[in-house]
Design a protein around this ligand. Structure first.
Ligand code: 1HN
Length: 371
């Protein structure tokens, strides 16, 4: 009951009731719900094994045809705690996509930004055409499809290709800013191969005007990234990440996309790194080698092709096995930095190492039901 006059027999209980009826919430009662004491992930770390996922993708290869109705033959890595939202971390969704020999996937564009990482490619004329420019996909190359860039895929070789997609649509959806447009006919004029790289690198057309794309549509060849990592193999490296390189946007000198930064790292023979955590979530793809990562006390053993997610504010430390290992990763750190919400810290206790209490089991179907 709200009268606007002072009630002599008023009680706090009555006030709370009247506030609720007026669609108001008392901060004195709910402050701990409004503002948690620490960043808190509402989802677990998880790992998807390449050798379990690939047969499923091959079955999709027989049942789904991207150039006849299905927009994309791609399967999302769904964190079991984030269902029914198809999301790997709370901000990033990764997927594996198969484009078989001779196939095409039609052009479209969307507000969500995306990257592709060519997990398994024999090279040749297999590409994503972004804003009219063909970006060839040799094994482990990184391709950018920024927000609102037209993109279509074509595999003009005799071999199938599988790549990793990473998109920021969970974040875009949280912000209610999704837009999608299917392409019809020629969506934009073709550009010559290497157009963007030339324009943003060492060469440009005299009198041709400035580079006009809002964000660069680039290919980052793995041969170059790998060579850059290997040239640094004698460096001390970061205590938490070993030799870690960020792919950069040459227009801004910032990260690959405004929301997502892509990185590649070299973990050297037997390297055991120290734990840290950050207000960012990161998804890893194992390019080569085998080792393990302890995430919040749980041991995740990984090998080539596996994908795993480190949730926001989760302690994590990588331990490499024998030989060199290379990891590719995608993090939402740029989004957090732009919002002024990024922080990180190193584990101080136990020499920077966590104690391991459990191991992740990949026969996770049962555990998944229990949860
Ligand atoms: C998308 O555009 C692609 O272009 C793949 O290959 C996966 C998942 C959700 C939304 C858009 C692609 C996607 C996607």
């Amino acid at each position: 009951m709200m009268t606007g006059t002072h009630l002599s027999n008023d009680s706090l209980e009555q006030l709370h009731e009247d506030l609720a009826a007026a669609n108001m919430a008392p901060t004195w009662k709910y402050i701990a719900d409004f503002v948690s004491k620490e960043p808190k992930a509402t989802y677990r770390p998880w790992l998807w094994r390449w050798n379990e996922i690939l047969p499923l993708l091959q079955r999709a290869g027989d049942l789904i045809t991207p150039d006849r109705g299905a927009e994309r033959r791609s399967m999302e890595h769904v964190n079991p705690d984030l269902k029914p939202y198809y999301s790997t971390s709370h901000t990033i969704a990764t997927a594996v996509q198969l484009v078989k020999a001779g196939e095409r996937a039609p052009a479209h564009r969307h507000a969500t930004g995306a990257i592709r990482f060519a997990a398994s490619s024999k090279g040749g004329r297999v590409y994503t055409k972004v804003q009219g420019e063909r970006l060839m996909m040799e094994e482990n190359d990184l391709i950018l499809t920024p927000s609102w860039a037209w993109h279509e895929h074509a595999n003009e070789t005799d071999h199938d290709i599988v790549w990793l997609d990473a998109l920021d649509f969970p974040l875009v959806n949280l912000l209610k800013t999704s837009i999608f447009e299917p392409g019809e006919g020629a969506v934009c004029a073709d550009k010559p191969d290497n157009y963007t790289r030339d324009a943003l690198g060492l060469y440009r057309t005299v009198g041709g005007g400035d580079y006009s794309e809002a964000q660069p549509t680039l290919r980052y060849p793995w041969v170059e990234m790998r060579a850059a990592l290997d040239r640094r193999s004698g460096d001390k490296g970061c205590p938490h990440d070993g030799i870690l390189l960020e792919y950069i946007n040459p227009l801004s000198s910032g990260p690959t996309l405004p929301t997502l930064s892509c990185r590649a790292q070299l973990l050297r023979d037997g390297e055991r790194l120290k734990a840290h955590r950050a207000t960012a979530s990161t998804i890893y793809y194992v390019i080569a080698g085998s080792g393990s990562t302890v995430i919040d006390g749980q041991l995740f053993e990984w090998q080539k092709g596996d994908v795993f997610v480190v949730p926001i504010w989760a302690w994590h430390e990588h331990h490499n096995g024998t030989g060199d290992a290379y990891l590719f990763s995608i993090t939402d750190q740029p989004a957090m930095e732009r919002l002024g919400l990024y922080r990180e810290e190193a584990l101080q206790e136990s020499g920077g190492h966590q104690s391991v209490s459990t191991s992740f089991r990949s026969d996770s179907r049962e555990r998944n039901h229990e949860a």
